[in-house]
Design a protein around this ligand. Structure first.
Ligand code: FMN
Length: 352
């Protein structure tokens, strides 16, 4: 049972893996979605795809698996396969991805300019999932470009097809991630549809979420990049709804405790994954590559931290959890003394 005005973690490729979803859930996100996976990857039983749709059922529910593709029957088959594999709470259809690799194969946001195909995809997947008791949701952008904004029309069509909830990112495909999300169009979609409409785009503070809740009829919000910098935003928003207070910024030691927890869980998850064979061969290079794959995530955290510029320089050199712990100590000490962080890492005492 979802709370009034649920908070969704936005699906983000390379970001919303199982570890990050669990962390966001613990911080107050109500609904989680995997990053998008291709119908073809599912149907080829590709091992990497299998990892992408896996989740911990004890922690991550409700969770949806997001699919993209352009062939209705292949998507329907992939949706059935996913339900059989992992029993998600819902299947989400991606009609918003602007990336060329996806769009050139008629997937993602490309379907916004081919409504008959979009309708065929939605109907096929709803038909495949209905007997399995799994609802289908969708995520769209507001249109292909500024001359073809059609989110209300697309939303109505999806509603008719049996889509049970619609997330709307307030940008066009042409915008990519530039400019601003157009919340007036999101508001129009929310007014026009009977199914819940979830607003998405540029929400990174409690105040912004409260403002959109007040001024549109969205049933909930979805947060992406704001959660990459401050995953505790979900809990802060919930607290604001309950008390009217604007929670103070997270104290720096708590932020560091969060980042270190993320790094340790990331390493642990990698050890348990298909890449674990490498870990057995060479634990140091395994940890190095695990930390390297977390670098973009550390950079996102640095945006919310003091002395972010120096921190980013240091994050780019970190190759073990021990080094990250050491960096946390140095950054906290530098902040307590009111000075900037050293640009170079001091070599760690290994004791051997
Ligand atoms: C790194 C990254 C990866 C993304 N991957 C996906 C994806 O797999 N599926 C999807 O529907 N949207 C994806 N998005 C879009 C987000 O879900 C969201 O719509 C967008 O970032 C706007 O929300 P925000 O302003 O809160 O970040 C991605 C965005 C980013 C930044």
């Amino acid at each position: 049972m979802l709370p009034d005005f649920p908070l969704f973690l936005a699906p983000m490729a390379g970001v919303t893996d199982s570890v990050f979803r669990q962390l966001c859930k613990a911080e107050g996100a109500d609904v989680l979605t995997t990053e998008f996976v291709s119908a073809e990857g599912i149907l080829h039983r590709n091992e990497r795809t299998r990892e992408m749709v896996d989740f911990d059922p004890a922690i991550e529910r409700p969770v949806g698996v997001q699919l993209f593709g352009a062939e209705p029957e292949r998507l329907a088959e992939a949706a059935r396969a996913v339900v059989e594999w992992v029993q998600p709470d819902f299947i989400d259809l991606n009609f918003g991805c602007p990336v060329n690799k996806v769009v050139s194969k008629n997937g993602g946001s490309s379907l916004l300019r081919d409504c008959p195909l979009l309708e065929a995809v939605a109907r096929a997947v709803v038909r495949a999932c209905a007997p399995l008791g799994v609802p289908v949701t969708a995520k769209i952008r507001i249109g292909w470009d500024e001359h073809s904004i059609n989110a209300v029309r697309v939303g109505r069509l999806l509603e008719e097809c049996g889509i049970v909830r619609l997330a709307v990112h307030g940008r066009t495909k042409a915008q990519g991630y530039t400019g601003e999300a157009d919340w007036s169009v999101i508001g129009e979609v929310a007014e026009a549809l009977r199914i819940p409409v979830i607003g998405n785009g540029d929400l990174s503070t409690v105040e912004e979420v409260a403002h959109r809740r007040r001024t549109t009829r969205v049933s909930g919000v979805m947060i992406g990049r704001g959660a990459m910098t401050a995953p505790w935003l979900f809990g802060d928003i919930r607290r604001h709804f309950a008390t009217g207070e604007i929670p103070p910024p997270r104290p720096l030691p708590e932020v560091w405790a969060f980042i270190l927890r993320h790094a340790r869980l990331h390493l642990e998850a990698r050890r348990g994954s298909a890449r674990a064979k490498l870990a057995a061969k060479d634990p140091r290079s395994f940890e190095h590559s695990a930390l390297a794959s977390l670098r973009a995530r550390l950079m996102a955290y640095s945006r919310g931290l003091p002395d972010g510029r120096h921190l980013r320089g240091r994050f780019s050199q970190v190759s073990s959890v021990a080094e990250l712990e050491d960096l946390a100590g140095q950054h906290l000490a530098a902040q307590a003394e009111g000075r900037a962080l050293e640009a170079e890492a001091v070599p760690l005492e290994t004791g051997s």
